[in-house]
Design a protein around this ligand. Structure first.
Ligand code: UD1
Length: 420
């Protein structure tokens, strides 16, 4: 099993190109199932989760071709199955979003209940509620969701009980081929939803309201092929901004989408960073300063993203002052706290959703274990600041979501190696 060896104490400095967004690419790849025509997707990040989605499309019978630049062409003309098996879905929750497209196009689908990061219970009741409102008969048996219907799905008014990114995406994709108009209220507003809606519209869908909490979808009979480039990864961008800031360094990110990072940039400025944004680049400079402690409360977009909570918490661990970090999206998303404390951090869990961080002047290397995707990077941030060499085990979690992590960190001057 791969591990990362990181010797701390280096100030990060340099320029990085931001990769395509994992959370957008995965849903767009699932969306290719909505047409029999070839669809060409560019700026797809080279990640384990993307490989899993490509494997899933292949197992359904789609023809997938990749070029050396990770442009992916999918032709879902002759599918041989509408069943997404447990072995693939258990490793990645995002694969559950093939349910909507398969059902809308073929009238039936069978998808294993999902797995993915161990961050709370993460049910799919809202996905199923939305699809049922569109007319699907849904049945749960043997760990699988079986959905079917006769004829086309029917447009409906749907109000989610809570804001769900995956639920919005699943129902949005299904509604594109429904008969009549669907109105999705309390929809997620995340930039990845906007990217998916833009992609679906490029295929001929009629979606409006994306980026607001009400989506309107006028169903069409068929969708066609298109060429589309995935948006920049805001979580990867934010993560490297935090890593550079934590070490007192500076970084310039190119091919980024600064307008998707307002909440994170605002917090980084409170921590003492000087930040300048252009249309598609971001420059951060800490001028060698130690960060100031800043309170964080995660929220749905445009609030502070839960996917950057762990990394910010790690920076707060060595910041000047005390801070409170509150997680409102997922239960059980503080597994990194115990590992950060092994490195000398002083973090106390006030309750299941609040961490109290007492900033310390230095951390000290120790062996630690990655627990979930984003939490793993919090250990990288901590290791970059720690005295000595930290061994981070189980980094397969990181490889699910961060492209060529050790190369990108080395480009910024970090002392990092992958070992087996
Ligand atoms: C997506 C992102 C993930 C991010 C999260 C929140 C992908 C692949 N993953 O995950 O990185 O952290 O959005 O921004 O895009 N919930 C229910 N019932 C449902 C669905 C969700 O109760 O049917 C709950 C979940 O348990 C969770 C909350 O709603 O507490 C938000 O989940 P959701 O927005 O659906 O997250 P994902 O789409 O799984």
């Amino acid at each position: 099993m791969d591990k990362l060896l990181i010797t701390g104490g280096k100030t990060l400095s340099g320029t990085l190109r931001v990769s395509g967004a994992k959370n957008s690419a995965l849903k767009i790849l699932a969306g290719t199932l909505l047409t029999e025509e070839p669809v060409s997707i560019g700026n797809v990040p080279h990640l384990h989760d993307v490989t899993t989605m490509i494997e899933l499309l292949g197992s359904l019978g789609a023809d997938v071709v990749l070029d050396e630049k990770m442009r992916v062409e999918v032709t879902a003309a002759n599918l041989k199955s509408v069943r997404a098996p447990y072995e693939l879905v258990k490793t990645m929750r995002a694969s559950f979003v093939v349910l909507g497209p398969l059902l809308a196009r073929f009238g039936r689908a069978e998808v294993s209940l999902p797995g993915g990061c161990a961050i709370g219970a993460r049910p799919v009741d809202q996905h199923l509620k939305g699809l049922a409102a569109l007319g699907a008969r849904i049945d749960l048996a043997d760990g699988y969701v079986r959905a079917e219907m006769d004829g086309r799905l029917k447009g409906a008014d749907i109000t989610f009980d809570l804001v769900t990114v995956g639920g919005t995406e699943n129902v949005l994709m299904a509604a594109t081929l429904a008969e009549g108009t669907t109105r999705i209220a309390n929809a997620a507003r995340e930039p990845e939803i906007v990217d998916l809606a833009n992609f679906l519209n490029a295929m001929g869908a009629r979606i409006s309201g994306h980026g607001t909490s009400t989506l309107i979808v006028e169903g069409v009979e068929r969708l066609s092929g298109c060429r589309f480039d995935v948006m920049p990864d805001r979580v990867e961008a934010g993560t490297y901004l935090i890593a550079a800031a934590a070490t007192g360094g500076r970084v310039r990110l190119t091919e980024a989408a600064p307008d998707t990072l307002d909440a994170v940039i605002e917090k980084l400025e409170c921590s003492g960073a000087e930040i300048r944004c252009d249309v598609n680049s971001i420059e951060l400079d800490m001028h060698g300063r130690r960060p100031r402690a800043v309170d964080i409360r995660t929220d749905v977009y445009p609030g502070f993203p839960t996917d950057m909570q762990a990394q910010y918490l790690a920076m707060n661990a060595i910041a000047e002052g005390d801070s409170r970090v509150t997680e409102t999206i997922f239960e059980n998303r503080f597994m990194h706290v115990q590992e950060l404390n092994r490195l000398g951090a002083q973090i106390e869990l006030e309750n299941a959703s609040t961490a109290l961080v007492h900033g310390v002047a230095r951390l000290k290397a120790a062996p630690v274990m990655a627990t979930d995707l984003r939490a793993s990077f919090s250990l990288v941030v901590a290791a970059l600041m720690a005295e000595g060499t930290t061994l981070i085990d189980r980094i397969y979690h990181i490889d699910r979501g961060y492209e060529t992590i050790e190369e990108k960190l080395q480009l910024l001057g970090a002392d990092v190696q992958r070992v087996r």
